[in-house]
Design a protein around this ligand. Structure first.
Ligand code: FE2
Length: 185
């Protein structure tokens, strides 16, 4: 029987099926994006404790960890930022509450640990909006420019914990990025 409410379990089951049927990041994210949009439009689908930041730190919670994808919630406090970084996999990010500013970059490697970062676009995502990360367009920076917490769901094609990634300073200096825990953003 269908109740019309799309739950986290429904979303995980759909993602499980989609990632069995498809291998292309473009196709996976194209199919997953509207489902994530449906999920985040119903905040009650995510338990309240995973929509709150713990005192004094950014919130990050693993909601589902599977070989072909992971689902986490991320709570950005006012002023929280992540500088430009890559992911080494596909991703879909949906806003549950408030809004987030996302800047996408084109990275041109210059050698010697330096790169030129050109801003492709700056977006402000609102509740229900979904952002897709695919190869060739997946380097971004995030910023909560508002005065209250922003809650999001992040879905990636790999577990980002321990994955060797890259981040860039404003001047293009490259630094290694390895998430010790669920820094899944
Ligand atoms: Fe990210």
């Amino acid at each position: 029987m269908t109740t019309g409410i799309y739950t986290l379990d429904d979303f995980i089951a759909d993602l499980d099926r989609i990632t069995r049927e498809e291998t292309s990041a473009d196709v996976i994210t194209e199919r997953a994006a509207p489902l994530l949009g449906r999920l985040v439009k119903n905040p009650g689908s995510i338990p309240a404790e995973y929509r709150r930041a713990p005192a004094g730190q950014r919130g990050r919670y693993m909601l589902h960890r599977a070989p072909r994808f992971s689902v986490t919630s991320v709570i950005w406090r006012p002023g929280d930022r992540a500088p430009a970084h890559n992911h080494e996999t596909w991703g879909v990010i949906g806003v549950i509450d408030n809004e987030i500013e996302e800047t996408r970059y084109r990275v041109t490697e210059r050698g010697g640990g330096r790169a030129t970062l050109d801003v492709l676009r700056v977006m402000r995502h609102k509740p229900g909006d979904v952002s897709r990360l695919v190869r060739g367009d997946e380097v971004h920076a995030m910023h909560n420019a508002t005065g209250r917490d922003t809650a999001e769901i992040h879905v990636y094609g790999r577990d980002l914990a321990g994955l060797r990634r890259k981040t860039w300073a404003d001047d293009g200096t490259e630094k290694p990025l390895v998430s010790p825990k669920y820094l899944n953003c």
